[in-house]
Write a protein that binds this ligand. Structure first.
Ligand code: PAN
Ligand code: ZN
Length: 191
């Protein structure tokens, strides 16, 4: 059967395997891989990032998806796996984005590792919430979001968001976030 009502495609139900321990979807058809070299312009210490790139360009994070139509009514979902590490004193993080449809939110359920979801509004209000196993972060509509790993194991989370949300990276490239997450005197500091 194939039809659409108001632009929302009919689909048959399906099931997806999720590897909670390793942070993967074994049958993912979208597997996004970001290495250190994909993160130029995002960290405060550019020299430290270049040193990391020269030293093997390590894996930074992966996103696994079995995509659904990017349409109103569908729910996109993913497993995000962010490696542990620092660029200088700044903990590894994802690029971060607004949703193109700004009035769409997202749920992140922590599965492994510990870190923060750092968030900002278009007018610069900042918020950060801890993410860890058994914690679910609600990212409301309008908030740009980036995850940061402060643990010494991968930060694995499951996310779900409206299918038509889209991703706007450009505004974060231009604006950054007001605060980052750093190791300072042996402590994790959001500053
Ligand atoms: C997540 C993120 C994922 C990777 O699926 O896309 O964690 O982070 P970046 O997109 O910032 O590189 C999500 O928030 N989707 O909307
Ligand atoms: Zn998102």
């Amino acid at each position: 059967m194939s039809f659409q009502v108001d632009g929302t495609s009919f689909l048959d139900p399906f099931v997806v395997d999720v590897d909670l321990d390793n942070g993967a979807m074994p049958n993912a058809t979208n597997h996004l891989v970001r290495r250190a070299s994909n993160m130029r312009g995002y960290y405060q210490d550019e020299k430290a990032l270049e040193a990391l790139i020269a030293d093997g360009d390590p894996l930074h994070y992966e996103v696994f998806e079995v995509p659904v139509p990017e349409e109103y009514g569908h729910l996109m979902y993913c497993i995000s796996k962010l490696q542990p590490g620092r660029v200088g004193d700044e903990f590894f993080m994802t690029k971060g984005h607004y949703h193109t449809v700004l009035q769409t939110g997202e749920i992140y359920l922590g599965l492994r590792g510990e870190g923060y979801m750092v968030m900002k509004t278009p007018d610069g209000v900042f918020n950060s919430q801890p993410i860890a196993r058994c914690k679910m972060v609600y990212v409301p509509p309008y908030w740009a979001h980036r995850s940061v790993n402060v643990s010494d194991e991968p930060l694995v989370s499951f996310c779900v968001y409206p299918g038509d949300a889209g991703h706007n990276y450009g505004d974060i490239v231009e604006q950054g976030f007001p605060k980052g997450v750093f190791l300072e005197d042996g402590k994790v500091v959001v500053k």
